[in-house]
Structure formats: structure tokens, C-alpha cells
Design a protein around this ligand. Structure first.
Ligand SMILES: Cc1ncc(COP(=O)(O)O)c(C=O)c1O
Length: 519
């Protein structure tokens, strides 16, 4: 039985970095700051951070004057915070208005009770869907589901899409195929591997060039001009064979990985899949599904699902968006969402139509329109309001500007690491290094210092007040394997727009001190 194809690295020399692939191509960026946005934005962000209803404001006033608890509106962050947040790809600090919103709603819940508090802010809750749809240029807020994390978002839609496997109509006599990228996130790979085992399907990695999906190879795959090696578990043999594109059911791409700054060409992939679906035989039950993991890109670079032409996209709140932990969202294109049946449902995802009249009548349920079917009943309303506010905050800052800042700061850091590499006689390895400013890379920089354990450097950096993270090789198993990083943990510095060049200079000198102390 066959479960997985050989993952290999393309030796193509074409310089993908010249092509500016993977970032939004259109210069006519969708203008989200419309009048209705401003209006909605006022009510979601507010002049002050209290609800507009007199009654609830009054309750909060009373609460405040009773001396119990804090007044969220007057809460301030310490101005002399020494911590330098260089782990924005892990968990970025919430801006003050987001924090105030979350605390305010929790206060409201403690006064009114959670259900009444939720009723009081129904309009604001609706605006969360709306503002997210604006951020990613979705056509309809109904295309958004609010969930707890990127992985919850990704897996919910992935398992629903898996209905397309084993439906017996691939017509090739061979197994169904799921394609993924070299930089695919570990959680996604585990889920794909599991389903491949269960449904006798095959996972194949699209060849990459410098960490990114190689568009020439991907085009060959869709044209049926590409061959790959298969392993057979029963005979322990491998054989080369052409991949019949009729076998391909799903393409899963991680836009920006957890372990480097590369940006996959998600817009070009979307174009190719759309063409493929147009040419596909009529009468097919499902299109070739296109699922994008945008966990590290949403909030860091401009993301446009209309241009990407993806069928679904997953994102988290706590990373570059600076929303509270435990938040995330799923985008599913409306016409696709309406046909997908979630693997797990409750009475919110599939409301019961009516109470049965007797014991023989079946319970009938109906899915709501769009992506809501991927949500469950219980929610952390305070955090979801915080997510909406964080999205609003990012849009107001301007995603184009945020993207530019992240890239520029990462360039600065890579320049410093290069100097340090020379100064230390070649001790620094930067993963998928790219020093081209107008490049395919973003604000995430990962590196290792030869001879020094990354975890101990992370600890030492904390003594200098720098918060960074360490990424294990298993977080992106195909990429780590193809670049010989099987045992190597990388230090990850992930810069956001609020970081400064001064912080980066301080970081480089701290790192230099740590390295020389170790020697
Ligand atoms: C590329 C990528 N996808 C998915 C995830 C998972 O996100 P979450 O922890 O919100 O499920 C991560 C987390 O680091 C990630 O980097």
C-alpha cells in the first residue's frame, strides 16, 4: 500500500526571487477605507471603550464607582516596558485598545452575566465578521467563521473537504492525491497523513526552489507532465511514475511558514488551479480544492482571497494580528461553503429545524448559509471582540505599510547577521537567506549559530530583554528534511511594524556578546 511520495528538492536554477511572486500582485489594492467602513469602524473601535447603550454604561459606571475591579477605559500599558517583542510570529502583544476591549467585555459579563452581555453587543459581534471580510477582501461576511485557532480553522474545513476523497470518480484506477508544499506546517501534514492512511490516498509534496513552490514544476504537475517516485510498503520498492492530474483532489499551501521568511506564490497557484478547474471534465462533483494556511501572513502582509482564488483560508488572531490568544478565523468561499458538510457539528453548526411531533419522527437539521456551519455554540465573546478590534486596528494602520515595515526591518536584521557572520568567522547560518529588498521574503528571520544550542541563546537573549522563539525541525518536516536540518533547532526572530532599527542594533550587539561569551 502506498501512502506518501518521495519528497525531493528541485535543482532548478531559475531565480524565483526575481519574480516578486507570492505577494499581492495588483497595484490597485482594494481600498477598504470606505465610508461604510469608517462608520462601522467608529462603532467597533469607539471613541471610548464602553458600549453605547446608556443602561450598560451606567452599570459600568456604578461598578467603577463601587471601587471593585478596574476601569478598562482608563487602563494604560507601562511606558517603560523593557521587553522587546521579537516573537510576533509566536504571539504578538495586544495593542492597548484591544486589551481594553477584552477587559471591558469581561467586566460587562461579570456585571450582567455572559448571555445578557453578549446580547448587548450583538451589533459589535456582527461587525467582527464584517471587518475580517474587509481585511482579506472576502465578498461576504458569511464567508467567515470565528474559531479558536488557525489549526481549528484549517482542520475543520480540511476534513470537510476530504469528502472528495474516495468518491470513486477520479477515473484513473489509482489513489486520490493531496498536494502540499515543502513549507507546509506540521499540524497540516499530520492531518493529511492521517487521512491518507484512512482513505488510501497519497500525499505528494510539490517541488520547491529555495523553499518556495516552484511554479514551473507545479504547472507541469497540473498538465500531467510530471513524474514522481512512489514507495510501496509491501515490497519496499520505489518506482517512478507520471502523476495523472485527475488523481489530484486538493492543494494545501502554507503561505508563510513557521520556520523562515519565504512567501509562497499563492496568487500564481490560485490562477493555475482556476484554469485547471475550468478545463476539468464536466460533471465532476468537486473542483480541485485549494486550501491556504495564512496563519503567518494575515496581519503581516496584505492578503486578498479574491485575487488568491483560494476556496478556503485559515488564520490566527494572536500572531501578527495582535489579537487575544484563543482566537482565529476561517474563510470559505460562499458557494463552496454551502456545499461542504463539516465532520463535527453541533446545534449551532446545524440547527434543528423543529421539535419532532412524536417518537418516530426524525430530528431534522439544516446548515446555515456560508461558513457559520464551521462554528460551535460556545464562544469567548470578549476575545472575539478583541479580534475584531485588532483587525480594525491593522486596517487603520494600513496593511501595505505594515508589510513594508516588516520586510524592511527583516532586511536590516539580515544585514546585521551577515556582519556578525563575518566577525565570527562564519558561525551564522540564516535559513533561506534572501537579501533582496524587493523580495519574496517577510518579517520572519530564522538562523542558527554554529556550535551553540539555539535554546540556550534564546535564554541568554532574555537576559537582554529580547523575547524570541526556537522552532524545532519537526514544525516544517519536509523543509527541514530537504535542507539537512533534521537535528537543528532554529532561532526565530519575527519582526513587526512596531519594532525599531535601534532594537535590531541592540539585538545584534547582545547576540555578539552571547557568542563571544560562549567561546
Ligand atoms: C504556518 C502556521 N500554520 C499554523 C499554525 C498554527 O496556528 P495555531 O496555533 O493558531 O493553531 C502556525 C503556528 O505557529 C503556523 O506557523
Amino acid at each position: 500500500m502506498l501512502h506518501r511520495s518521495l519528497a525531493f528538492t528541485s535543482d532548478k536554477s531559475k531565480d524565483l526571487q526575481q519574480q516578486k511572486i507570492g505577494r499581492r500582485r495588483s497595484t490597485s489594492s482594494h481600498n477598504v477605507i470606505t465610508d461604510d467602513f469608517k462608520e462601522a469602524s467608529r462603532s467597533i473601535l469607539g471613541e471610548i471603550y464602553f458600549f453605547t447603550l446608556d443602561q450598560t454604561s451606567q452599570v459600568l459606571e456604578n461598578f467603577k464607582s463601587s471601587g471593585v475591579g478596574h476601569d478598562a477605559g482608563s487602563l494604560q500599558l507601562p511606558t517603560d516596558n523593557p521587553i522587546k517583542h521579537f516573537n510576533n510570529a509566536g504571539c504578538s502583544p495586544q495593542p492597548l485598545p484591544v486589551l481594553q476591549k477584552v477587559i471591558q467585555h469581561n467586566l460587562l459579563e461579570s456585571v450582567l452575566g455572559g448571555y445578557l452581555a453578549a446580547e448587548q453587543c450583538q451589533n459589535e459581534r456582527d461587525l467582527v465578521y464584517w471587518v475580517i471580510s474587509k481585511l482579506i477582501n472576502a465578498q461576504d461576511p458569511l464567508e467567515i467563521a470565528l474559531v479558536e485557532s488557525a489549526t481549528v480553522a484549517w482542520t475543520r474545513v480540511f476534513y470537510a473537504m476530504c469528502d472528495c476523497l474516495n468518491c470513486g470518480d477520479n477515473g484513473t484506477g489509482d489513489s486520490d492525491v493531496i498536494l502540499c508544499c515543502e513549507a507546509e506546517y506540521a499540524a497540516n501534514i499530520v492531518a493529511i497523513e492521517k487521512i491518507c492512511k484512512e482513505r488510501d490516498a497519497t500525499l505528494i509534496m510539490i517541488p520547491a526552489d529555495k523553499g518556495m513552490v516552484d511554479m514551473d514544476e507545479f504547472t507541469k504537475i497540473l498538465n500531467g507532465e510530471w513524474s514522481y517516485y512512489e514507495f510501496y510498503e509491501d515490497t519496499m520498492e520505489k518506482g517512478k511514475k507520471i502523476l495523472n492530474p485527475d488523481r489530484i483532489r486538493m492543494v494545501c499551501i502554507t503561505h508563510i511558514p513557521t520556520n523562515s521568511g519565504i512567501i509562497n506564490p499563492v496568487y500564481e497557484i490560485g490562477d493555475a488551479i482556476e484554469e485547471f478547474n475550468k478545463k476539468r471534465k464536466k460533471g465532476k462533483k468537486h473542483p480541485l480544492y485549494y486550501l491556504v494556511d495564512a496563519c503567518q501572513s494575515v496581519g503581516q502582509i496584505d492578503v486578498d482571497v479574491a485575487e488568491m482564488k483560494c476556496h478556503a483560508l485559515s488564520a490566527t488572531g494572536r500572531k501578527y494580528l495582535r489579537a487575544p490568544r484563543g482566537t482565529g478565523f476561517l474563510y470559505v468561499k460562499k458557494d463552496i461553503a454551502d456545499k461542504l458538510v463539516p465532520q463535527q457539528v453541533d446545534h449551532a453548526a446545524a440547527p434543528i429545524k423543529r421539535v419532532p411531533i412524536d417518537e418516530v419522527e426524525d430530528i431534522e437539521y439544516e446548515f446555515p448559509e456560508g461558513a457559520l456551519r464551521f462554528e460551535f455554540w460556545e464562544k469567548n465573546i470578549a476575545n472575539q471582540l478583541g479580534l475584531g478590534l485588532a483587525v480594525n486596528y491593522a486596517i487603520k494602520k494600513d496593511m501595505g505599510w505594515i508589510e513594508e515595515q516588516c520586510i524592511t526591518l527583516a532586511m536590516e536584521l539580515k544585514g546585521q547577521l551577515r556582519k556578525l557572520n563575518v566577525a565570527t568567522g562564519g558561525k551564522i547560518y540564516v535559513h533561506h537567506e534572501n537579501l533582496d529588498h524587493d523580495s519574496t521574503q517577510c518579517g520572519i528571520v530564522t538562523f542558527a549559530v554554529r556550535g551553540i544550542d539555539s535554546a540556550s541563546i534564546k535564554e541568554d537573549l532574555l537576559a537582554f530583554n529580547f523575547v524570541v522563539s526556537v522552532v524545532p525541525p519537526t514544525s516544517t518536516p519536509f523543509d527541514s528534511s530537504n535542507y539537512g536540518l533534521n537535528e537543528i533547532e532554529l532561532l526565530r526572530v519575527s519582526l513587526s511594524y512596531f519594532n525599531t532599527e535601534e532594537e535590531i542594533l541592540d539585538f545584534s550587539s547582545a547576540l555578539k556578546t552571547i557568542i563571544s561569551d560562549e567561546n
